[in-house]
Design a binder for this molecule. Structure first.
Ligand SMILES: Cc1cc2nc3c(=O)[nH]c(=O)nc-3n(C[C@H](O)[C@H](O)[C@H](O)COP(=O)(O)OP(=O)(O)OC[C@H]3O[C@@H](n4cnc5c(N)ncnc54)[C@H](O)[C@@H]3O)c2cc1C
Length: 330
């Protein structure tokens, strides 16, 4: 019988990934509710050095698959490793992050295992009656939330960054570390990584930013975004944009928030001259607090925002900036 919660762990740019600490935090709660154990898989090259981090953040068991072939994420090799390990360990629940890797791996893994994956969840819980996973995800472009359940095991889900919380690391926690050979035959793989191009980001990355100042078509051109960047930098945040602002090349495509852009969950999302179309909100509805500045009192963004200012951003932002400076000087 399937038992346990398994997290697919990630090491990103030499660090135990924040998304993995978050998955371990919510995985710990799920494992507790099921009365089962929490395990994590760390696959890569040189990943054994991160095993204790996984234990500190809540794992009972750490499966280490350390092989130079796994130095770069590649669908076929990682899928083969996960399929083999899951068949061996037989967990009831598998959690991955809703990032590039999780989006690639989760549905393929679920297909190979003859089960289902729920993508882009903003919450996961255990049904006390059935003991099945109940993932919650936004649907209809972020206009509604749906709760799903499963008919098959393992129950696979990807969870958005910052949607769940990590536990405080505890160095006194004990866990079991198990090395598993990758057992891969590289000649069987049809694709290989020939080049990696790193996206250059000045300051904090959009996905990691606790504060995002985002601009829309109403900003009117690239110069306005410089003003947003100033405020973002005062708040140690990042600048985002709506699709028209990116399509007009006022901002790079990598700044686009929304259904066809990035999905972000900052503590604070300041939407400036953005109408609040459902496709935009699909990318930012996970923000803890939304503040809107828009000259149209009927703009949809005001239905989504906790705080709103009706007015021309060119007049509102200087006052906002002055107040911010005053408060930060205190
Ligand atoms: C399949 C599909 C996918 C899409 N994916 C995305 C996506 O990922 N991200 C995304 O953003 N959009 C996406 N869109 C587009 C989306 O439907 C909207 O068209 C878009 O979000 C609107 O962008 P906006 O709010 O910047 O522009 P608008 O809707 O034109 O709104 C501009 C706003 O600025 C306000 N404004 C104007 N001047 C000022 C001023 N001086 N001061 C204050 N306020 C002012 C106006 O009142 C208005 O509310 C998608 C659409 C489709 C069909």
């Amino acid at each position: 019988m399937a038992s346990g919660v398994m997290v697919f762990g990630e090491i990103i740019e030499g660090k135990f990934a924040a998304v993995t600490t978050e998955l371990l935090g919510c995985g710990r709660k799920l494992a507790g509710d099921l009365g089962q154990e929490l395990s994590v898989v760390l696959a890569g090259s040189g990943v054994n050095t991160y095993a204790q981090d996984a234990v500190k953040y809540g794992a009972d068991k750490v499966y280490i698959v350390d092989d130079p072939i796994l130095a770069n994420y590649q669908t076929e090799s990682y899928l083969a490793v996960m399929e083999k390990l899951v068949k061996q360990v037989n967990p009831q629940v598998i959690l991955l992050s809703q990032n590039d890797i999780g989006r690639d791996l989760a549905p393929r893994l679920a297909f190979r295992l003859g089960t289902a994956a729920t993508m882009d969840c903003i919450g996961v819980a255990i049904d006390p009656a059935t003991k099945k996973l109940l993932p919650t995800k936004p649907v209809y472009g972020g206009n509604a939330r749906a709760v799903y359940t499963y008919e098959t095991d393992p129950q696979v889900a990807t969870v958005r960054a910052k949607a769940v919380s990590a536990l405080e690391p505890d160095s006194s926690r004990q866990g079991e570390i198990i090395s598993v050979p990758a057992g891969l035959d590289p000649s069987a793989f049809k694709a290989k990584t020939v080049q990696k191009v790193k996206e250059e980001v000045k300051g904090v990355k959009l996905e990691d930013a606790p504060v995002i100042v985002s601009g829309g078509r109403g900003i009117g051109g690239p110069d306005g975004f410089k003003e947003l960047a100033e405020i973002a930098s005062m708040l140690k945040g990042a600048v985002g944009a709506s699709r028209p602002a990116c399509d007009s090349a006022w901002m790079p495509d990598t700044s686009q928030v929304g259904l066809t852009g990035k999905i972000v969950s900052p503590d604070l999302y300041i939407a400036v001259a953005i109408s609040g179309a459902s496709q935009h909100m699909a990318g930012c509805s996970g923000a803890k607090v939304i503040v809107a500045i828009n000259k149209d009192p009927e703009a949809n963004i005001f239905k989504e925002a906790r705080y709103g200012v009706v007015g021309d951003w060119k007049k509102v932002l200087p006052a906002f900036k002055a107040k911010l400076k005053e408060l930060m000087a205190q």
